[in-house]
Design a protein around this ligand. Structure first.
Ligand code: B12
Ligand code: SF4
Length: 491
């Protein structure tokens, strides 16, 4: 059997000088999730390999004679994923299987492009599917969807896996080792899955569930050592940062403390950043341990900066609590990166400037700003799907994609551009270069150019968004008659 895994890229990798020095439009790191599945399969089927369009081109000749091609998609990569799936179905004898957050939550859409969709996480169901395909049978048990004539068969969501102690074999990803010479990709470790909270707009909690499942602290530290080694052997890297990508690492507090103690005991000397909810900012014991273990930055999903928006989308936090948490984290010697959403029903024109003022006032050292979007499977999608401008999923990467309550889509896009321009101004770049520590000098410079290029992408959308100024026609405006995304020139 020959198995290939494909991670489609929104945009597929292209060699560029930017990769060496600053982030290009799409920060590029391969999918840890797909790499994990490839590692599971490799244990039983030797001819297993993965391509990630985040970091390299696909060698099509190698993929076309595979027996099974697995394609994993998040929403932003779905359009390219479907394009590749259609191509492989047309030009190879392989069974094409799609999975990942977007395919699982939108299986009725994804199943039109492949032989099977795998629902949920896949770790414990992937080998069953491979063995069934080998025998020419349909898979038994939960976790699969496929077309039977015009009908969709769905065997139901499988139980989430509980044993997650597995180190993804990075060497299975084509060109990954070579790309670690670029400063703009960095080691990543995912240590737990699931979140006990229930924010209305969050797709993750619907995919991974409320039950928090963790890898053993020993396994996490082993993975950290392995990825550091993978990135540094044979390369000189100026930056030494590893990103722990968990959605809520601190949800199981005892386990989080055990992992941090294990990192400290291991003697690893490295810099880490991690995603965190604001509550961690009040946990002095945790903050002390984080600092001691080498963490330099917490990436906080702040989302909104007004209490009304928190209430509207059932996010349990307040502006005051967030500001206090940020101050305390900074007191402990770590910086805060802010992840924000613009375009809530409570925000109006001027929200971009308000956001920039908040970021500058609180000395937040980097931002990701995403315009509000609603993806199938989330409560907000059911309430707001008629306000989506289109389902061209490749545009769901920061752009305005819905009709906000108190602004036009065009105005919201301008607010996002305005916030980015104010936060990443030339003046602030000079200030960072003069006064920040070495890591933040490098990070701010990288992000300055990255935001510059994402702003230029956002500006390209303005012409399209202006068409909604006088004539608000909503759903599927950008899709052709088959429900496929149409280009502007086709509209
Ligand atoms: C690391 C990361 C990134 C990295 C790398 C992404 C990558 N290549 O995977 C970078 C920094 C590049 C990134 C960028 C962005 N990201 Co991001 N990112 C993440 C993060 C934090 C972790 C990903 C991860 O490792 N997950 C852990 C693994 C174990 O899970 P997994 O990948 O889903 O895989 C499991 C299953 O889904 C399944 N599976 C996956 N694929 C397949 C395939 C098959 C065939 C099968 C059977 C199963 C299967 O098996 C895996 C193991 O169980 C996630 C949050 C999250 N928890 O996933 C956000 C997340 C994926 N990002 C998100 C977003 C929005 C973005 C951006 C658009 C942000 C922005 N505005 O710029 C950009 C998009 C960049 C682009 N190209 O356009 C959203 C996507 C939402 C959605 N509906 O798809 C997420 C979910 C965050 C969120 N809070 O909503 N991101
Ligand atoms: S806290 Fe984060 S991961 Fe958890 S439900 Fe809310 S947005 Fe999702």
């Amino acid at each position: 059997m020959k198995i290939r895994f494909i991670e489609p890229g929104n945009r597929p990798y292209k060699k560029t000088l930017l990769n060496y020095f600053v982030y290009d439009r799409y920060i590029r790191t391969p999918s840890v999730g797909l790499n994990t599945l490839a590692t599971i399969v490799k244990k039983e089927i030797d001819d297993t390999y993965m391509y990630s369009e985040s970091i390299s081109k696909i060698v099509f000749d190698d993929v076309l004679d595979a027996d099974i091609i697995f394609i994993g998609i998040f929403t932003f990569a779905a359009v390219r994923g479907y394009e590749l799936a259609d191509h492989f179905r047309k030009h190879s004898h392989a069974k094409v299987v799609m999975g990942g957050l977007h395919a699982s939550m939108n299986y009725t859409e994804a199943v039109q492009h492949c032989d099977y969709v795998m629902l949920g996480e896949g770790d414990e169901t992937i080998m069953t599917l491979i063995r069934s395909i080998e025998k020419g049978e349909k898979p038994a048990g939960k976790g699969y969807a496929w077309m039977d004539g015009d009908e969709i068969v769905n065997t139901g969501m499988p139980e989430p896996p509980t044993d997650l102690d597995l180190i993804p074999d990075r060497y299975l990803v084509h060109n990954y080792k070579k790309m670690t010479g670029h400063m703009t990709i960095w080691p990543q470790v995912h240590a737990s899955r699931g979140c006990p909270h229930n924010c209305d707009y969050c797709a993750l909690v619907r995919h991974f569930g409320h039950c928090v499942r963790t890898r053993s602290p020993e396994n996490v530290v082993e993975d950290i050592k392995y990825s550091i080694d993978f990135f540094h052997k044979g390369h000189f890297r100026l930056l030494k940062d590893l990103w722990i990508t968990d959605d809520n690492f601190f949800a199981d507090r005892d386990w989080a403390i055990a992992v941090l103690n294990k990192i400290i005991d291991s003697g690893i000397k490295y810099r880490f950043n991690i995603q965190a909810r604001y509550e961690v900012g009040f946990d002095d014991e945790m903050l002390t341990l984080l600092k001691k273990a080498g963490f330099f930055e917490l990436d906080m999903g702040i989302e909104f900066i007004d209490d009304d928006s928190f209430k509207t989308y059932h996010k349990k936090s307040t502006k005051t609590e967030i500001e206090e948490a940020i101050k305390n984290i900074q007191r402990h010697g770590m910086s805060v990166r802010g992840l924000f959403i613009l375009g809530s029903d409570n925000q109006k024109k001027g929200c971009g400037k308000e956001l920039a003022d908040f970021v500058i006032k609180n000395n937040i050292q980097g931002v990701l700003i995403q315009c509000m979007y609603f993806v199938p499977g989330t409560p907000v999608y059911e309430q707001n799907k008629d306000r989506l401008l289109h389902t061209s999923w490749d545009k769901y990467n920061g752009n305005t994609v819905h009709y906000p309550k108190n602004m036009t889509p065009y105005e919201l896009q301008l607010e996002n551009i305005d916030a980015s321009r104010r936060i990443y101004s030339v003046g602030r770049l000079i200030k960072a270069l003069l006064f920040e520590d070495f890591v933040h000098k490098v990070l701010f410079t990288g992000e300055f150019f990255w935001h510059w290029s994402t702003r230029s992408d956002m500006k390209k959308e303005l012409e399209y968004l202006r068409t909604f100024e006088k004539n608000p026609v909503y759903l599927n405006k950008r899709c052709d008659k088959n429900g496929h995304p149409a280009t502007i020139s086709q509209m």
